[in-house]
Design a protein around this ligand. Structure first.
Ligand code: ZN
Length: 293
């Protein structure tokens, strides 16, 4: 990992989502199927051709362009396609942009972004603890427990964003800069959907909102561009973060594919847990695999 990315040198603490990104990137590179890449190579379309392409063709075109450089079983497993729709507020002309993704970073619904002041470690006069500090940071503090559902986060992700002021964009139809409305959605769903909860968002505090996430039959359709898509997923792994913005501890929980039982990996300790033991307030990265029909 140090060779792949120098930021992971030394013994500092790191963000597991950043780690995952670098890991997946590196695996994509190392397992690249050159023959398959070549198969997906196609002639570059002209601007005129792209403008006249129907949406599904355009999506396919950009998908193949990505596969021509990135075919591998990692891509087959984790890669999906995002579409961003930008609509002119005056003439209502839509323009589309397609991007591959290997995980989706979900924002919290508004009102959850400034929360999370924990008092536990600020108590004066408490006896010094021999436990590492993260052990005493139980986030299930009923006092400031806020919660939302994973569906709320999905809807927040696809919420319209108004590009105004300095962010105005030239409309291809009006030919002048206009206020635009931007929306991000999933056009093509991956086999494994990795959802990263943005607990370390824009504010300087960690967001401690508990996120209620389904274990089975998770309906990801609020993310979908097409109304007729009903992607259903089952949870198979969770990365937990306990602690604060700059330091903390990670625990991984995964389903044993054979026994179908949950195992929790906490440093050198591995123990069986029930699905109900998964911690909604600490959940940081969720791994869902598509339901086999
Ligand atoms: Zn326009």
């Amino acid at each position: 990992m140090q060779r792949a990315s120098s930021q992971f040198g030394g013994y500092r603490q790191h963000d597991s989502h950043e780690f995952l990104r670098v890991l997946i990137d590196q695996l994509c590179e190392d397992f690249k199927d050159v023959a398959l890449c070549r198969e997906n190579k196609a002639r570059q379309a002209t601007d005129m051709e792209l403008e006249n392409m129907s949406l599904p063709f355009k999506a396919d075109y950009w998908w193949k362009r990505h596969l021509a450089e990135n075919s591998s079983f990692i891509t087959d497993t984790f890669c999906g396609q995002l579409v961003s729709t930008i609509q002119c507020s005056v003439c209502k002309t839509n323009s589309y942009c397609f991007d591959p993704f290997y995980d989706v970073s979900l924002p919290f619904p508004e009102g959850n972004n400034q929360l999370g002041g924990h008092q536990q470690n600020r108590r004066k006069g408490s006896r010094p603890s021999i436990k590492p500090s993260w052990l005493s940071m139980n986030n299930n503090n009923a006092g400031d427990a806020k919660s939302c559902t994973l569906g709320d986060c999905l809807r927040e992700f696809t919420k319209d964003e108004v590009l105004d002021g300095e962010n105005k964009i030239e409309c291809s139809s009006c030919r002048v800069k206009r206020t635009m409305v931007k929306r991000l959605q999933v056009f093509r769903f991956p086999q494994v959907l990795v959802l990263h909860l943005k607990r370390f968002g824009n504010s300087r505090k960690k967001i401690r909102t508990a996120v209620q996430f389904p274990i089975t039959c998770f309906d990801a359709s609020p993310l979908a561009y097409q109304n007729d898509t009903r992607p259903e997923y089952d949870l198979f792994a969770v990365v937990d973060h306990s602690g604060r913005m700059n330091f903390g501890h990670y625990i991984a929980s995964c389903i044993d594919p054979q026994s179908k039982e949950w195992q929790q990996f906490n440093d050198e300790e591995v123990e069986g847990i029930g699905a109900s033991d998964l911690n909604e307030a600490n959940a940081y990265i969720l791994f869902y695999k598509i339901r086999e029909s």
